[in-house]
Design a protein. Structure first.
Length: 301
């Protein structure tokens, strides 16, 4: 059991190597340990090629306003080749380590791998939703909440800037055999499909995202769109809860409020039945979505 614990708690390449060495002699006696050793070896490979994590001051810094022209240059004019993914309201592009962006950005943003989420043109209320999200994210900070590093609230292009999570979404990592998910991971730079997440990794990822959700609830904020697609991973498989565009501050004196109807926030399978019946969003409805997310993590269904 000591060998298993050392693998589970290792948080550096040296600790992983030591854990793998300690566990290997026990694989013949404990066949289940072989899966953990294989996962640890995969993680060690990922760590060996992982980029340096963003500096703490970059994550904790207040988001800054960046000109649309600089974001346009950093994404080659929002070129299709820079497109990482799309959602109902926005497209997500990888931002190059571009000279224009480097000059425009403060020092802590320079040379970090970044993504630009740009609202789709013609979306009703896109600017107001982005303004609310910026206000909300300026007021919160948590290690497992995707930070906002910069923003552009121009009527010609509403954009949010955040760190690039090269590990992909939990959804993609759970469904690596799905062509769309595999394509998403390739766009993030994974030439070969990654090994499936072990059940321990899945539970840990879900727990990390839930820590961020509990933090939001402590601030009187409900997320309203918790699901595997909104849990993102870095190269070390550390999780962050993302896509706070649907979040709502429930405090009576809140200055950040979302006035859209509940219908906008429905994600099939993760919506609490009480909402379908006309009920209010709350920490309990977020909790329902967390439960379904855990079920999907453990069953792949």
């Amino acid at each position: 059991m000591g060998a298993l614990k050392s693998l589970d708690t290792a948080d550096s390449p040296s600790a992983l190597r030591a854990g793998i060495a300690a566990a290997r002699p026990h694989v013949g006696v404990l066949p289940a340990l072989a899966e953990e050793v294989s996962a640890a070896e995969s993680r060690l490979e990922e760590l060996s090629v992982a980029a340096e994590p963003a500096a703490a001051e970059a994550v904790l810094a207040r988001p800054v306003e960046i000109a649309l022209s600089d974001l346009t240059a950093a994404t080659d004019g929002f070129a299709e080749g820079k497109l990482i993914g799309s959602g109902g309201f926005s497209h997500v592009y990888e931002a190059s380590a571009d000279l224009h962006l480097s000059l425009a950005a403060p020092p802590q943003l320079r040379h970090l791998p970044l993504v630009v989420k740009r609202a789709k043109s013609g979306q009703s209320g896109g600017l107001s939703r982005a303004e609310l999200e910026v206000k909300l994210l300026k007021a919160v900070s948590h290690p497992h909440l995707l930070p906002l590093l910069g923003y552009c609230l121009s009527p010609d292009g509403v954009c949010l800037l955040s760190p690039l999570m090269r590990g992909g979404s939990l959804e993609a990592r759970l469904r690596i055999s799905d062509p769309d998910c595999a394509a998403q991971l390739r766009r993030l730079g994974m030439a070969e499909p990654p090994k499936p997440l072990t059940w321990r990794q899945r539970v840990r990822v879900a727990c990390e995202a839930t820590e961020a959700l509990v933090y939001l609830h402590s601030k009187g904020i409900v997320h309203r769109d918790v699901k595997p697609d909104n849990i993102l991973l870095d190269e070390k498989l550390t999780a962050v809860l993302a896509d706070t565009g649907f979040a709502k501050d429930q405090r009576p004196d809140a200055s950040v409020r979302c006035r859209s109807t509940a219908a906008l926030y429905m994600t099939t399978g993760y919506l609490c039945p009480s909402i379908i019946k006309g009920g209010e969003y709350s920490s309990k409805t977020d909790g329902y979505a967390v439960g379904i997310t855990l079920l999907v993590c453990l069953t792949n269904r």
